[in-house]
Write a protein that binds this ligand. Sequence first.
Ligand code: Z5A
Length: 210
Amino acid sequence: MSTGRLITIEGGEGVGKSTNVDLVRKCLESHGYDVLTTREPGGTPLAEEIRSVLLTPRDEEVDALAETLLIFAARAQHVARVVEPALRRGRWVLCERFTDSTFAYQSGGRGVDAQVVAQLAHLAHPGVRPDLTLYLDAPVATAMPRIVTRALDRFERERQQFFERVRRTYQLRASEHAHIVSIDASRDLQTVQRDIVNAVETFLSANEDA
Ligand code: Z5A
């Protein structure tokens, strides 16, 4: 039996990750793939508990390495219990955020050494890496106003410079890694969705030819 593929959706706050999950799922299903959608941090009961610990605003300053380790604890559980078994069964896994987020937020945003993130990734999910990453890119000043009406979590309370560093790290990774397709998410939703579908169809053609 052939193994499935891991597709991730990445980007900063308010760029449209959640909005476009269904679009990508339907596109994959229209080609006959069995799709599991999930998210990080989270995706299992334990990992969702860790998510809630991570997102809760608190007075205590959270150490950047402690934050990184919590994220990888959630990821190790998610990969071992959900992602890997699904891929082994031939399912396609569509995940909102994955380790590219940790490079962007904990390394780019918080200053954790990228080598440490790479080592933890190697420990937490050896052999599991995205086959395709749809990176939705938009200026912070365009995307943040889209989410201001809701209660902000611990990350969303960061300063603008933090999100600028996160975005620069994503952009750098997109320029260095072939699995990351960058999509300009500052445009109207219909135009963004057209590009998302094109990126998925291009990936599927290459995958089906291989
Ligand atoms: N985090 C981390 O630090 N390290 C890690 O390794 C991981 C995560 C995995 C929670 O993630 C936090 O975890 C995240 C980073 C950290 N922190 N923050 N901040 P999350 O994925 O749950 O949270 P999020 O990125 O903050 O989700 P979000 O703000 O909801 O973003 P989104 O899913 O990209 O946006 P959306 O809900 O799809 O859209 C927001 C609104 O914009 C909505 O009203 C849409 O209708 C609208 N929208 C979407 N697209 C458009 C366009 N093109 N035009 C106009 N309006 C649009």
